[in-house]
Design a protein around this ligand. Structure first.
Ligand SMILES: Cc1cc2nc3c(=O)[nH]c(=O)nc-3n(C[C@H](O)[C@H](O)[C@H](O)COP(=O)(O)OP(=O)(O)OC[C@H]3O[C@@H](n4cnc5c(N)ncnc54)[C@H](O)[C@@H]3O)c2cc1C
Length: 465
């Protein structure tokens, strides 16, 4: 039976709000309806209060208040969690979105990002110095949530996961303490924060290594959907011997009705690849050539382009507020059976906003040992995601069934676990499968830093008994 929510008493609330520099918004107050919303329009939760934190002090006060008052606490970085972990019913939401401080150190090639930064903010700041660090493929995703779960994108095969590039982390733990975690300080916490999600505290900033990446050779290549099986085989072959500089994701998609796509393709279902070569541009031309030679393509738009533009390329297709239903799995190797099932269901991609993608891992991801960070799936060659996305809530039950059928057909060809950041609320077994043998160690670290499981609105790791 659901327990009735009891708000803290008035005097405690007044005292708490007086400690804040940021804004506290409660039900019924101006801005509440906007402030309670997260990226996935399917999520409709009503927190008791949302605190738009102005800085670390607000985070410390809020963590202490939530713990003392026994409030459910949800942490929001970029708000992109598809299961909606950036909000909750009744409890307190810490919205870090206003904490956008950035400091790039071009000499050391590092940058510290506060955890309200999106990848758009991070890429923009680093690009001014001809530098970048691996982030996600949509610029509005939060640096913090993505990195805490692992994080991959176009630079990952070359430079590793986002979490592999983290040098140090500032974090407020469940007891309200401010700690720095790095290889030399609170190293157990540092290990857990690189893949273990938001289980261990509220991260207030992350320091990253940066790499010289400025203009990349990149763009999409589309093929008729009838060529899907051969295109998938080509993708498998090219990626099996691709240099680390080359990252290519495979997709089924409905062509958006606008430029740069020719009108003859608007709203047509195609398959294709999105190529990004982050090394020498002339070598990039050679690296993507097999994809241009195949088909022939019905559309291609590949060439030199500033890295932040690639990062923002798909943003218009995925504005906030759409309905999202996702399922995903790691894939060790793309088998013939996988290709058959993928081609069969992929052709049924339901909407122009949906993402039916296979992302490549390997390369630098596999240089790191399975137990060197909390992110365990170092031997996965790929991660596939089936994301049905629509503005129309009424069609979602149908699309959800299709996602499940598609995923079920592929699952026997997959590695047996998934990427935590692509999980919806799928139960404890799927969470433990995401961490494999690292789960027990994570549970022990959780016991040390958050024994009462204050941070449980996430892919939850239970404190070890
Ligand atoms: C359109 C889209 C594109 C995506 N593309 C990629 C991609 O290319 N690569 C990839 O790896 N992932 C990708 N993802 C998945 C993404 O990594 C997760 O959705 C991630 O949780 C988003 O982080 P956020 O900060 O935006 O989300 P939020 O909803 O703000 O946070 C998600 C969860 O992370 C934790 N968290 C966030 N910030 C903090 C913090 N400062 N301290 C403690 N805990 C925190 C909390 O548990 C929170 O509930 C994508 C997601 C979407 C919706």
């Amino acid at each position: 039976m659901a327990t009735l929510f009891k708000a803290p008493d008035r005097a405690s609330v007044q005292a708490f709000v007086a400690t804040l520099r940021g804004k506290a918004i409660r039900k019924g107050e101006d801005g509440y309806e906007t402030a309670r919303k997260v990226y996935n329009g399917m999520i409709d939760r009503k927190p008791w209060m949302i605190v738009r934190c102005a800085g670390v002090a607000d985070v410390m006060h809020s963590v202490n208040f939530a713990r003392e008052q026994g409030l459910t606490l949800a942490i929001r970085g970029g708000g992109h969690s598809v299961p909606g972990f950036g909000t909750c019913d009744d409890g307190l939401v810490l919205d870090l979105g206003a904490m956008k401080g950035v400091r790039v150190d071009p000499k050391q090639r590092t940058a510290r990002f506060q955890t309200g930064c999106t990848w758009g903010d991070a890429d923009h700041a680093a690009h001014a110095f001809g530098l970048a660090t691996p982030g996600g493929v949509i610029s509005t995703t939060g640096v913090s949530g993505l990195t805490l779960g692992g994080g991959f994108g176009h630079l990952t095969r070359r430079y590793g996961l986002s979490c592999d590039n983290v040098v140090s982390v500032d974090v407020v733990t469940a007891d309200g303490q401010f700690l720095t975690a790095s290889a030399s300080e609170n190293s157990d916490l540092f290990w857990a924060l690189r893949g273990g999600g938001g289980n261990f505290g509220v991260v207030t900033s992350l320091e990253f290594k940066l790499h010289p990446v400025s203009v990349v050779y990149a763009g999409p290549v589309f093929y008729p959907v009838e060529k899907a099986t051969d295109a998938l085989r080509l993708y498998r072959d090219v990626m099996s011997r691709a240099p680390r500089e080359l990252s290519v994701f495979f997709a089924f998609l409905i062509v958006p009705p606008g430029p740069p796509f020719p009108e003859s393709l608007h709203m047509k279902t195609v398959c294709g690849v999105m190529c990004v070569y982050s090394g020498d541009l002339t070598k990039g031309e050679t690296a993507v050539k097999p994809f241009l030679d195949f088909g022939p393509p019905v559309f291609s738009h590949v060439g030199p382009i500033p890295y932040p533009m690639v990062q923002g390329m798909f943003d218009p297709l995925l504005p906030p507020g759409l309905q999202h239903y996702w399922k995903a799995d790691f894939v060790k190797e793309i088998s013939d059976t996988f290709i058959v099932e993928y081609a069969k269901y992929g052709k049924q991609v339901p909407t122009v906003n949906s993402a039916i993608h296979i992302y490549p891992l390997g390369g630098a991801v596999s240089d790191v040992g399975r137990s060197d960070t909390a992110f365990a799936w170092r031997d996965a060659g790929f991660v596939h995601i089936i994301a049905a996305v629509s503005s129309d809530a009424s069609v979602m039950p149908k699309y959800r069934d299709w996602v499940r059928d598609f995923w079920t057909a592929l699952h026997p060809c997959c590695a047996g676990g998934t990427y935590v950041n692509f999980l919806m609320e799928e139960g404890e077994e799927r969470i433990t499968a995401s961490y494999q043998e690292n789960y027990q160690r994570l549970a022990k670290i959780k016991q040390k830093y958050d024994p009462s499981n204050l941070f449980h609105v996430n892919q939850n790791i239970k404190p070890a008994p």
